[in-house]
Design a protein around this ligand. Structure first.
Ligand code: MG
Length: 417
């Protein structure tokens, strides 16, 4: 049976202010590519299919910063986020508080991760879980030490070169069977051992055997202002990067194609409609087999149209029970995957929403950024417009919402004719 796994993100530290910075905002809440560092970290964990729950340990003063970060995470991540837990005075106390919260939900495994390591590759998560599945009591992501190591005295005089054979630099996540590491933490408190700064250290103190698995240099910890600049560059690259299947920059993709999409969903009793992945409070909801996100359905059809690959109903039949109540971002992500398999990239999305109610204007920017996030493109490539139909027809009678989308993609030019 597949074991369940949860992630515990340690974000309670208020830290010393980032070197070279006047901003006292803790580093995990500093903006990185337009959203808080922590929201990137949450996505790195939450977008992994094997992570079922995310609990973040925060400082009580950071409630607003935290909710901003959680809100900026992907819809998939958002669906896994549990209530935040208040941390204690030390990292050890904070982790214990988070473990107790997760234990109430009965997960098998826990990955304990630093909030300030936003670029955790999913392959590292795979390796950690594999090692736990193999029966290990604790697994640590680590990197072999590459630099020559020196020991120096207090005046800075070099005393010796330290042999780096067998030396590893510890990263996070550190992964454990949840009940086992909780027991070790409780035992440490009972023994008055309160100064562990690292969970594998505490685990080893309790006699647990820890194995190392290969970490990734990308999963570096943001500590200094220089780290933040490096993170900024990495985030930019990630956002604009082409997937392995689509290695070319937009400027070299000469074949420009456009698709159109149209969708309608009727209102039924409810309290919110979901448009472009954003829940908008309303006196009705939209009726449909999935979450009835009429905007994303139109965009998905337009994306599929641009690459001539059928339509949403063909790939995700409404008769298939697995799409019941499904979040529609996965339909668009599937269309994006099909585009990327052809070596293409999405260049622009333009949507028109037709309804009398709810008013779209106040939510327009939220819808834009949500679509941008789902399509993994900058928000400047997404346009959202709204209109009424002058009280004419079904939208005019407030019976439902219609959406039209046009999607422009660019593909490698191929001599087909
Ligand atoms: Mg639909």
């Amino acid at each position: 049976m597949t074991k369940t796994a949860a992630a515990l993100v340690v974000a309670a530290g208020r830290g010393t202010r980032l070197a070279g910075s006047d901003n006292a905002l803790p580093k995990q809440y500093r903006p990185l590519a337009g959203r808080p560092v922590l929201s990137h970290t949450l996505d790195a964990l939450g977008n992994h299919p094997r992570i079922n729950r995310l609990v973040t340990v925060i400082h009580p003063d950071d409630v607003n910063h935290y909710s901003e970060a959680a809100k900026a995470a992907s819809t998939e991540t958002a669906s896994k986020i549990g209530p935040a837990v208040y941390g204690g005075a030390t990292r050890q106390q904070s982790v214990l508080a988070g473990l107790k919260a997760l234990a109430l939900e009965g997960f098998d495994y826990v990955l304990i991760h630093d909030a300030a390591r936003p670029f955790l590759p999913s392959a590292v998560i795979d390796r950690l879980l594999e090692q736990l599945q193999a029966g290990n009591e604790g697994v640590l992501a680590a990197l072999p030490v590459a630099d020559t190591l020196k020991r120096a005295d207090q005046s800075g005089r070099s005393l010796e070169t330290v042999d780096r054979a067998g030396l590893w630099a510890a990263q996070t996540p550190q992964a454990f069977p949840l009940q086992r590491i909780l027991k070790a933490h409780e035992k440490a408190v009972a023994a008055g051992k309160l100064d562990f700064t690292d969970d594998t250290g505490l685990a080893e103190w309790d006699g647990m055997t820890i194995v190392l698995t290969e970490g990734d240099p990308a999963a570096f910890k943001i500590t200094t202002a220089a780290d933040l600049r490096r993170a900024e560059q990495q985030a930019e690259l990630q956002l604009m990067s082409t997937t392995p299947a689509s290695p070319l920059p937009l400027s070299e993709l000469a074949d420009v194609r456009t698709g159109i999409g149209y969708d309608v969903h009727a209102f039924e009793d409810g309290d919110a409609v979901i448009l472009g992945g954003v829940a908008i409070p309303h006196s009705s909801k939209l009726k449909g087999h999935s979450d009835a996100d009429v905007v994303l359905h139109a965009i998905t059809d337009a994306t599929l149209g641009a690459i001539g690959d059928g339509d949403i109903g063909q790939h995700f039949p409404p008769s298939d029970p697995q799409w019941k109540g499904a979040s529609s971002d996965q339909f668009q992500m599937d269309a994006m995957r099909r585009l990327s398999e052809r070596g293409g990239r999405l260049a622009h999305v333009d949507v028109t929403i037709v309804c009398e109610e709810p008013k779209i204007g106040p939510h327009r920017e939220a819808i834009r950024s949500s679509i941008a996030k789902i399509c993994a493109v900058p928000v400047s490539r997404i346009s959202v417009k709204a209109t009424t139909s002058e009280r004419l027809g079904f939208t005019g009678r407030k019976e439902g919402i219609a959406a039209l989308a046009s999607v422009t993609v660019r593909l490698p030019f191929q001599d087909e004719d």
